[in-house]
Design a protein around this ligand. Structure first.
Ligand SMILES: [Ca+2]
Length: 95
């Protein structure tokens, strides 16, 4: 959000990029240490982010590895992952 000459984001609440352990915990059904897009398909916000990570920071094979996730984190090409996760974390804090 931009107001005047200031830019505000959910990250300013102290919630940063979720560690790869978070999508692994949520979605890695077969325990291979990667998250496939099929495993994440029930969560549309994560699915969109993971698809973006695989396409833009990975090799587009439908699997997001720890390396691809870390690469996306460094490049910040998939900001919506942070936003969605931060919004949920904030909701948990408020409820
Ligand atoms: Ca991949």
């Amino acid at each position: 959000m931009v107001a005047g000459d200031s830019v505000y984001s959910l990250e300013s609440l102290g919630v940063g990029w979720p560690p790869f352990a978070e999508p692994l915990r949520l979605f890695d059904q077969n325990g291979d240490g990667q998250v496939s897009l099929a495993e994440a398909e029930k969560d549309s916000s994560w699915l969109g982010s993971l698809r973006g990570i695989d396409l833009h920071s990975g090799n587009g094979d439908g699997l997001v590895t720890a390396e691809e996730y870390a690469s996306a984190h460094r490049s910040r090409t998939v900001q919506c992952t942070v936003c969605a996760w931060a919004a949920r974390a904030t909701l948990r804090l408020l409820t």
